[in-house]
Design a protein around this ligand. Structure first.
Ligand SMILES: [Zn+2]
Length: 414
């Protein structure tokens, strides 16, 4: 064993014992989760589904794979060739690690699809989250952006002691559709920019009232709020209900100004999605510079290290005191990128601002797969710094604890 390998092992052994704050999940309340028709394909929903699309699988075939009413073996026959094509993806690797830990098989085969399905069904009983999140992962709490079975966003999880609420993604009000969506919250139709401002404030207060610790929204190139311009743009989207304004638009400037002021008032963290997601060019982390600089008393938790705009994200952690770097989702996007990013951050960003883990999953078991990968990457990045002579082994272990526990606890005041 080399000195490097020895250091990785020593750090990894310590990380495995650590209690973790999981800073980002999309879990259903356990009671809702238990009502789903569970089967082996449940392990490959969500991100693996996007891999299937990337492998060329057509939507009608994907529907069959995830249709719990279709015969199991027919679903497997559709899935199998594309499953093989995506077998190198870390999304799949993470699912396999979880499947092995909880259901005893490290990949699906002709011979075990039915067995794994039965084991998954058998596990769907009260206590599932405690078994997975608390006992297998050693997670103290998950900051959760959850939904019910009808996919309606939730603000609280009164029956789930392991879930701490963070608001769901707050839409940029750039089209009639997204504006009209605020009627529920407001209790009336959204008829003006003033109504939208009310909705923004109400949203933040509602999150706070239910014990939430953060509000989440996508980054966008914000600019100075101008009510007259916002009213003019509002009139245009009311007139043409198919019109989509660009992400940088005067309505959003006024809306997010209200949201961020209220977040500051209520002492909530602004959780900001950056990078990877549909039109990721709109989600470049550097788009956030205006809001980071004009709301200096708001703490921004910058998610996903802006992949693929990684260095732009790290630069923000380096240059702004109110921007934290959150590694959620990263280790399953690519452990290689995550390791490089974390190593670079350890050379650039105050360690007090690095948030180590968020599973970013809707299926609890898969958090375990992500966490196994995260521990390996963190141990490797920290061992690199020990071998470089930049820190002692003890310091590296202490930083791991801070990234996985103390830093998120401090940032979110848990
Ligand atoms: Zn997410």
């Amino acid at each position: 064993m080399t000195i490097f390998e020895g250091n990785i092992q020593a750090i990894h052994e310590e990380i495995e014992k650590m209690t973790i704050i999981d800073t980002h999940e999309h879990l259903y309340p356990e009671r809702e989760c238990l009502k789903f028709d569970a089967d082996a394909f449940m392990m490959f929903r969500h991100y693996c589904r996007f891999d299937l699309i990337a492998a060329g699988m057509k939507e009608d075939k994907i529907k069959i794979v995830f249709d719990s009413d279709a015969p199991l073996m027919q679903r497997w026959r559709e899935f199998k060739p594309y499953y093989e094509a995506i077998s190198n993806s870390t999304y799949v690797q993470s699912a396999h690690i979880a499947m092995e830990r909880f259901y005893g098989e490290n990949r699906l085969t002709d011979g075990n699809v039915e067995i794994v399905t039965q084991r998954i069904k058998d596990a769907r009983k009260p206590g599932l989250y405690a078994n997975v999140i608390r006992d297998a992962c050693n997670i103290e709490t998950c900051l959760n952006q959850g939904q019910n079975r009808e996919e309606k966003p939730l603000f609280s999880y009164p029956d789930d002691p392991l879930l701490t609420p963070v608001s769901n993604w707050i839409n940029n009000p750039r089209a009639y559709e997204s504006v009209a969506g605020y009627a529920d919250l407001l209790g009336r139709d959204v008829g003006s920019v003033e109504d939208l401002v009310d909705a923004a404030r109400l949203h933040v207060r509602k999150v706070k009232k239910h014990g939430g610790v953060g509000i989440k929204f996508p980054v966008f190139p914000m600019s100075y709020p101008d009510m007259a311009e916002a009213k003019e743009a509002f009139a245009r989207i009311i007139k043409d209900k198919t019109l989509w304004l660009p992400p940088e638009n005067p309505i959003a400037n006024v809306f997010y100004d209200a949201l961020l002021r209220e977040a500051q008032e209520q002492d909530l963290v602004a959780c900001i999605h950056t990078g990877y997601w549909f039109n990721y060019r709109e989600l470049n982390p550097s788009h956030g510079i205006f809001m980071f600089d004009h709301y200096p008393d708001v703490s921004f938790d910058l998610y996903h290290v802006g992949y693929p705009y990684v260095r732009e994200a790290i630069m923000l952690g380096k240059s702004r005191g109110n921007v934290w770097m959150n590694m959620c989702w990263t280790y399953i996007i690519s452990p290689h990128f995550a390791c490089d990013a974390l190593t670079e951050m350890l050379e650039m960003v105050p360690w007090t601002k690095i948030i180590g883990f968020g599973g970013d999953y809707a299926v609890a078991e898969k958090i375990y797969g992500h966490l196994v990968l995260a521990r390996r990457v963190m141990a490797k990045a920290l061992a690199t710094k020990v071998c470089d002579g930049a820190m002692t082994l003890d310091k590296a272990i202490s930083l791991a604890h801070h990234m996985l526990y103390q830093n998120p606890k401090n940032l979110y005041k848990l």
